[in-house]
Design a protein around this ligand. Structure first.
Ligand code: CP3
Length: 347
């Protein structure tokens, strides 16, 4: 029988222990991942179904997490819209011809068939679903339109996304065109992932904090809501990560997601109180606590479990991705502590 504890916590059903998975659990801290990538490069790995499936499953075997997240990236999804993507080792993903004008946004395509240029994703997910059967659920994902648009306009990752913010505020028409197209494409993409075998879907809004609460409400949230509304028919739980949108929980709680993923900047207990009993929460231990001594990891795990106790459901996670060079033994220990201490606290 499948370990469905993660799905149950997403829906707010009773569980025997608190489930855990980690953002970026498939990645460079794992020796198996480095081995898989030694003969190839990141984008080729993403586009090779057998390999993407193998990397997706590695942390389930090695770390013992309660869910697998599909190995891919938020920047790869929009290539079929007509934007070129590069990947340079050490520098990350980039778009050499970024969106800077209304005409650039007008030129973007919303492919009618979500398999156009992305069939490798669904093929890989079918393999994952088959190989994970009777083990743990598979999480499919995409970037939220605001975060993906930020990359498409900036052309690369950035701390400040100056070009994107200038575009968004100086060209509201071009911005609306871009956001609407990315949102429609993303909805189609996520629906197709559910059809291919994803048991849950997550929207990563890693740069939601680039604008304050007033602008988040008008420039970002409506598009997130539009996507989530259109995904309801899939029946799978939806997780939304509004990274850095610390002043907007009162609006976020009604976005339609089953789970709100909280970054390490939230006070978990206060966020749980503000979100109420209509949603479950995911998060949010400090990612670099993986570098602490084992007894301190255990203490922090217990504190995070206590802080999440009042939630409708709690999916344990880091407050951001697994840091590079995290000791694998500590990652495993954190998973074990969550399983152990959540049962101690509940009893
Ligand atoms: O394990 C997983 O979480 C599944 C796969 C996954 C990746 N990226 C793999 C990846 C997921 C869910 C993502 C999401 C993603 N990608 C986000 C949202 C989450 C977040 O971190 O806020 C963002 C902002 C990106 C964009 C991105 N991808 C950057 C900035 C970089 C370069 C920096 C880095 O960490 O290497 C990537 C590359 C990337 N995505 C790698 C992996 C495993 C590294 C590839 C390598 O091995 O070189």
């Amino acid at each position: 029988m499948m370990n469905d504890t993660f799905l149950r916590a997403c829906r707010g059903e009773k569980t025997d222990f608190t489930p855990i998975w980690m953002m970026r659990q498939a990645g460079r801290y794992l020796p198996q991942y480095q081995k898989s990538l030694a003969k190839t490069d990141f984008l080729t790995a993403c586009r090779t179904p057998e390999l993407a499936a193998e990397i997706t499953i590695q942390p389930v075997d090695e770390i013992g997490v309660d869910a697998a997240i599909f190995y891919s990236d938020i920047t790869t999804t929009v290539v079929p819209m007509g934007i070129e993507l590069h990947y340079e080792k050490g520098k990350g993903p980039s778009y050499p011809n970024p969106i800077r004008t209304t005409e650039d946004a007008d030129r973007l395509i919303v492919p009618e068939d979500p398999a156009d240029g992305l069939s490798f994703v669904y093929e890989a997910q079918k393999i994952c679903a088959r190989e994970l059967e009777n083990r743990v659920p598979l999480i499919g994902f995409a970037g939220a339109p605001f975060t993906v648009s930020a990359y498409m306009v900036e052309g690369k990752g950035s701390n400040s996304f100056v070009e994107f913010r200038r575009f968004a505020f100086s060209n509201p028409g071009g911005y609306a065109t871009l956001m609407d197209k990315v949102a429609r494409h993303t909805a189609n993409y996520l629906k197709a992932q559910a059809a291919a075998g994803a048991n849950a879907l997550m929207l990563f809004d890693s740069h939601a904090g680039l604008v304050g609460p007033g602008d988040f409400a008008t420039m970002n949230l409506p598009y997130v809501r539009q996507i989530i509304d259109s995904l309801k028919m899939t029946g799978v739980p939806i997780i939304y990560l509004p990274f850095g949108a610390h002043g907007s929980l009162d609006l976020i709680k009604d976005c339609g997601a089953d789970v709100i993923a909280l970054d390490y900047g939230f006070r978990l207990e206060e966020a749980v109180a503000e979100l109420g009993q209509g949603v479950s929460v995911q998060g949010n231990i400090e990612p670099y606590s993986l570098f602490l001594p084992r007894d301190e990891i255990k203490r922090r795990v217990t504190a995070t479990l206590e802080a999440g106790k009042g939630a409708r459901g709690h999916v344990f996670n880091l407050g951001h991705g697994v840091p590079q060079h995290s000791p694998v033994e500590n990652v495993k220990a954190m998973v074990d502590f969550v399983h152990e201490m959540s049962q101690v606290i509940a009893s």
